[in-house]
Write a protein that binds this ligand. Structure first.
Ligand SMILES: Cc1cc2nc3c(=O)[nH]c(=O)nc-3n(C[C@H](O)[C@H](O)[C@H](O)COP(=O)(O)O)c2cc1C
Length: 152
């Protein structure tokens, strides 16, 4: 069994325009998570983060508590925290994606072109969003400037 935790948060004021925000978070995350066998996905969309963390209960706890104290985001909302039979992001110490208006294909597949309210997303909804973006991202193998893929 693995513990899988999913939360959403909003980027803190002053960090919205930071070019390398997602990339710098991913660099550190890949390094730290790999050492404790935590895997997951971090999506950035419309000023909001959506992140899945999965691994041993202790490792997920440690990382989540550290992430909670990070001043680069606020309004954290825990959406789901439960044991699962298997990982959804096996092999990815942390993969990330900066989803933007230019990602028509992904937005279309997810039915997001007409918009979506990050405040009303459920735990299963967030997991579906993350796994679907991950799947589409791998299928179309996007290499646009807005896409960041880091494999552990
Ligand atoms: C949205 C968000 C997600 C993050 N995810 C992770 C993560 O999965 N793993 C991690 O180690 N740090 C993550 N961080 C960074 C941590 O808050 C913290 O800066 C980092 O773990 C410090 O690592 P260091 O002590 O090795 O510098 C995240 C930060 C933010 C804002």
């Amino acid at each position: 069994m693995v513990r899988q935790l999913i939360y959403t948060s909003r980027v803190a004021n002053g960090f919205q325009e930071e070019d390398n925000l997602l990339q710098s978070i991913l660099d550190v995350s890949v390094r730290n998570n790999a050492t404790v066998s935590v895997t997951g996905m971090l999506l950035f969309y419309r000023d909001h983060f959506f992140q899945a963390l999965e691994g041993s209960a202790e490792a997920v706890e440690t990382i989540y508590l550290r992430v909670c104290r990070d001043p680069r985001h606020q309004e954290l909302r825990l959406l789901q925290d439960a044991p699962r039979k298997s990982r959804s992001f096996e092999g990815w110490a942390m993969c990330g994606y900066n989803l933007g208006p230019a990602d028509n294909e992904i937005l279309g597949v997810l039915g997001l072109r007409r918009g979506f309210d990050p405040k009303s997303i459920s735990g299963p909804g967030a997991l579906a969003l993350l796994t679907n973006v991950h799947a589409v991202q791998q299928r179309v193998n996007l290499r646009t400037p807005s896409s960041i893929v880091i494999e552990s």
